[in-house]
Design a protein around this ligand. Structure first.
Ligand SMILES: NC(=O)c1ccc[n+]([C@@H]2O[C@H](COP(=O)([O-])OP(=O)(O)OC[C@H]3O[C@@H](n4cnc5c(N)ncnc54)[C@H](O)[C@@H]3O)[C@@H](O)[C@H]2O)c1
Ligand SMILES: O=C(O)[C@H](O)COP(=O)(O)O
Length: 528
């Protein structure tokens, strides 16, 4: 299998070497496609690599019938419809660390340029004007820098601003007073930061909650003559409110690397002498571009070849040590899901997954997703994967509950999956036996010992002499060879089950004949 990868934005050639060197992948670089051209050819690709230009819309994703992963060589994923990607089972990975340094340096360059009017003075000089009076600046020393969003870049900017002897005061919903103290910076609410800063720099992602975070009301709270920097995302600052704040002299200057609409060349903010700007250059350094392209290329290849991506955006990331512990259970968890879905004829309302023994002290959400994938696959096919399994279940109104329990019934580890429908509850449990692999150990209330593999026939019957023989004879007549058989009963003469593993899939006709045998209540063919 050769995976086809399309690179639709300019990526560092050195950075995509992991892709070039990987076996089984073929890269196409086409960075000048129109949205229509991209939509036309996207079905040919297994992976798409982008920066911030390519708009990965729901419409595009819906046409990407072979797409498995979208790699964003950078941080911001606001150009990718994450909900659509999740719904269509497409993993999104990004490169969150590779451009932090460059973005922080660019922010500092903007702050310094603002303080000393460097772009304006340079522009005048280029136009033959030796003007020293108009460009008197301010020092950064002892000024307060308000940092809104103290993540990777915000924290690097804070660190550098301290080097300029600025006082830093930050607001971030995850920032505590203690953490701020450790970093040697001040801590405040958004309002307090806005009220006390001489320079304000924003470093949040663009989200519903951060759209126009810096709006007219926010400008009103600021000091007169404040200077504003946005090297994060256009839209965090309300551009119209910023324009008004500058023309009314509330804001003395603004440095913008990003805009609500990009690319943009004729914007009324750009006409103001107080505004300096760059065309989204925060991450545009040789180093950052190489870093992000390497990170995202590695993740895309790892994921395509069955590994676990380091920087998933629409899946929680799982630390390697945790993954090492839970990886052996993946096979079992999916098989339990597939087995149980075959026993469940009615619509699932609730799924309870119980983890016991060794599984109680590790993060198990990847196993939960894998089990749910197994449960949904029978009706939704291969379209279900680890990315969209729980999303699709929720969309179908199925509640998924994860439980850790001390009741491991004597097994060192036990995974029990229970499905509730309007007719009652069905359940199946499995364990991983040291050196022997996975086993089904319980189906409903019956204890069994079955390898969850291959073709199976599950029979519910009355515990009567001859019932087992009649099933065996009929299967022999259908030329279906029985490999193993497990029986269980509630009490003598009561309800009983048989789980047969057989050498080939039992066809519908044979299944119907089995159902007609006396003392048989139900028969299900299960292919694991
Ligand atoms: N100009 C560029 O070329 C360039 C380069 C890299 C990153 N970026 C952008 O910079 C931004 C920050 O990137 P990062 O890597 O530091 O991200 P990050 O996720 O490390 O940090 C973002 C921080 O914002 C905080 N936050 C979220 N909502 C907030 C709110 N309402 N108020 C205050 N803080 C809030 C989060 O808690 C988090 O700590 C992103 O928008 C990213 O896309 C731009
Ligand atoms: O979010 C980011 O990583 C930056 O905005 C960089 O965007 P770019 O890859 O288009 O330069």
């Amino acid at each position: 299998m050769v995976y086809q990868i399309l690179v639709s934005d300019p990526l560092s050639e050195d950075g995509i070497q992991p892709l070039r060197k990987a076996d089984g992948v073929e890269i196409t670089i086409q960075t000048a496609l129109t949205p229509e051209q991209l939509a036309e050819k996207i079905h040919e690709y297994d992976a798409l690599l982008v920066r911030s230009q390519t708009q990965v819309t729901r419409d595009l994703i819906s046409k990407a019938t072979n797409l498995k992963v979208i790699g964003r060589a950078g941080v911001g994923v606001d150009n990718i419809d994450l909900e659509a990607a999740t719904e269509f089972g497409v993993l999104v990975v990004n490169a969150p660390d590779g451009n932090t340094n460059s973005a922080a340096e660019h922010t500092m360059a903007m702050i310094m340029s603002l303080a000393r009017n460097i772009p304006q003075a340079f522009h005048a000089l280029k136009h033959n004007k030796w003007d020293r009076k108009s460009y008197v600046g301010v020092e950064l020393k002892n000024k307060t820098l308000g940092v809104v969003g103290l993540g990777r870049i915000g924290a690097e900017v804070a660190f550098r601003a301290k080097g300029q002897r600025m006082n830093v005061k930050a607001y971030d919903p995850f920032l505590t007073e203690e953490k701020a103290k450790k970093m040697g910076i001040g801590y405040g609410t958004l309002e307090e930061v806005l009220q006390s800063a001489d320079f304000i720099t924003v470093h949040t992602p663009l989200l519903k909650e951060t759209k126009h975070l810096i709006n007219q009301k926010a400008f009103e709270q600021m000091k007169d003559g404040v200077q504003i920097v946005n090297c994060a995302r256009g839209g965090i600052i309300d551009e119209e409110a910023l324009y008004q704040a500058i023309v009314t002299k509330k804001v003395a200057g603004a440095a913008l690397d990003v805009f609500e609409e990009e690319p943009i060349t004729d914007h009324k903010l750009l006409e103001l002498p107080e505004v300096i700007a760059t065309p989204h250059l925060g991450a545009s350094t040789k180093e950052a571009q190489e870093n992000v392209a390497i990170d995202v290329s590695k993740d895309v290849v790892t994921f395509l070849t069955g590994g676990l991506a380091r920087n998933p955006v629409n899946l929680p990331s799982v630390p390697k040590e945790v993954m090492n512990k839970i990886e052996p259970y993946f096979h079992l968890s999916e098989k339990l899901g597939i087995f149980l879905t075959n026993l469940t004829q009615e619509a699932m309302e609730e799924v309870n997954i119980y983890y016991a023994g060794d599984l109680t002290d590790v993060e198990v959400s990847p196993l939960t997703r894998n089990t749910v994938k197994g449960l949904l696959k029978r009706h939704l096919g291969d379209h279900v994967n680890d990315v969209n399994a729980t999303y699709l279940a929720e969309k179908k109104g199925i509640t998924i509950n994860e439980h850790k329990t001390s009741s491991s019934k004597g097994f060192t580890n036990l995974l029990t999956v229970e499905v509730r429908t309007n007719l009652g509850t069905r359940s199946v449990a499995g364990t991983l036996l040291n050196g022997l692999g996975a086993r089904l150990v319980k189906v409903d209330d019956y204890s069994v010992d079955v390898i969850p593999e291959g073709h199976m026939v599950f029979v519910r019957h009355k515990d009567q002499p001859g019932a087992i023989g009649r099933v065996g004879t009929l299967l022999a007549k259908e030329l279906v060879n029985i490999a193993t058989m497990q029986v269980g009963r509630s009490n003598v003469g009561g309800d009983a089950i048989m789980i047969l593993t057989v050498d080939k899939h039992l066809e519908k006709e044979g299944l119907e004949q089995l159902k007609q045998l006396s003392d048989i209540y139900g028969v299900t063919a299960i292919d694991l």
